[in-house]
Design a protein around this ligand. Structure first.
Ligand SMILES: [Zn+2]
Length: 389
């Protein structure tokens, strides 16, 4: 779908409520002009629109020219000016464009591309502007989410051959880049080639220091995502924007190296398969991400197997493949178990069908086509595997 962003989340703790994303429209509203004569509306709004265009163009031109003093002069907020002037030169294709006014204020579109991004990302932002007193607008703040992570935090950008880390203050850069490198290697080695079509084996990981920045970058509520460890996230524009991995650092600060690697490998699997598993049922996309992501850790695999075994022994009837609704909170089964069961379902599929037929199945199911192996067969394999755990 054109405007839907895909977010796949790996949870450290179960029982996390999901929040429904709400989207702001980019429409330009006439506001107070409704009671005025049409000529006056046109005159007044066009001048203000021109001022917004001048602000957007000025920001872009001064940044491109490396004119830091000129760039900072477009702000009425020194903190924001300083943070953006220091941070934005790390990105390419940075452009600001005027998007008119809505009933809450001005709108700007910002385009930016991090090293190793497959394309530039776009953010349509509601902003607060102030009048300079000299017929010009100044940028005071950003009032809407989702928004670029560098809006709220000073971000350090560090790129390696295949990976790039956008890190907030205090985030240990080398540790997370090491994990990202290993995760890319795990996915390249373990994810079926048929499913990683179009993946260039790169990974961009965003680790803001604060939960609020993590939530605002995604446009979600902090409470809903407090226990979500990481999210793979397709940026706008829809279908062509880059897919990045966002990490909830306060939750992941104390992870061991193997936990970081597994976390990123799970998310990197979603990045690698974004073109082939667009319409896959959750058990398939999450189960594959677990199967691929846990390859480096026998400990994680056995913990997942324990969860699945406990579920199977407690079950009072033959279990079905996890339904999409079971990945929502309040469905009765804890999410860690649902992930573990999904991994078993995918493992059963590959063990019984063979790698090639299983990958073909994933592609078909991921593309929304009829399953080349009947659901009853896939379910029977899953039940047999659970019974054998
Ligand atoms: Zn996932």
């Amino acid at each position: 779908m054109a405007l839907r962003r895909r977010a796949s989340r790996r949870l450290i703790r179960p029982g996390v409520p999901l929040s429904r994303r709400s989207f702001l429209t980019g429409g330009i509203l006439g506001g107070a002009g409704l009671v005025l004569a049409p000529a006056l509306v046109g005159c007044a709004s066009s001048s203000r629109e021109d001022q917004l265009v001048a602000l957007a163009d000025g920001l872009t031109a001064d940044l491109l020219a490396g004119d830091e003093a000129g760039f900072r002069a477009w702000f009425s907020n020194d903190t924001l000016a300083e943070r953006w002037a220091a941070g934005l030169p790390a990105y390419s294709e940075v452009r600001f464009a005027a998007r008119g006014f809505d009933d809450a204020g001005a709108r700007l579109r910002v385009t930016w591309r991090a090293p190793r991004d497959t394309a530039a990302a776009e953010h349509d932002l509601g902003v607060v502007v102030t009048d300079s007193g000299a017929g010009a607008l100044r940028l005071a703040s950003v009032r809407t989410t989702p928004r670029p992570v560098w809006v709220d935090e000073a971000i350090t950008v560090t790129a390696r051959e295949a990976t790039c880390l956008l890190a907030g203050d205090g985030v240990p850069v080398a540790e997370w880049l090491d994990a990202a490198d290993l995760a890319v290697g795990d996915v390249a080695a373990q994810c079926p080639q048929l499913l990683a079509v179009g993946w260039d084996r790169s990974l961009v990981v965003v680790v803001p220091a604060r939960l609020a920045s993590f939530a605002d970058a995604l446009g979600v509520g902090q409470d809903a995502y407090r226990d979500v460890a990481a999210v793979s996230w397709a940026e706008q524009p829809a279908d062509t924007g880059p897919m990045r991995v966002y990490v909830n650092y306060p939750l992941c600060r104390d992870l061991a190296a193997i936990d970081r690697r597994v976390l990123l490998a799970h998310e990197a699997t979603h990045v690698a398969t974004r073109r082939t598993l667009t319409r896959a049922p959750h058990w398939l996309s999450e189960g594959l991400a677990e199967r691929v992501g846990l390859v480096a850790s026998p400990g994680h695999r056995s913990r997942n197997a324990d969860l699945a075994r406990r579920f199977a022994r407690a079950a009072t009837s033959s279990p079905d493949l996890p339904a999409d609704e079971e990945f929502e909170p309040g469905a009765g089964t804890d999410l860690a178990t649902v992930y573990a069961l999904s991994e078993q379902a995918v493992a059963a599929l590959f063990a019984r069908a063979g790698d090639e037929a299983a990958a073909t199945f994933c592609r078909a199911a991921g593309g929304g086509e009829a399953w080349p192996i009947p659901a009853a067969t896939v379910t029977a394999w899953y039940r047999e595997r659970l019974a054998d755990l």
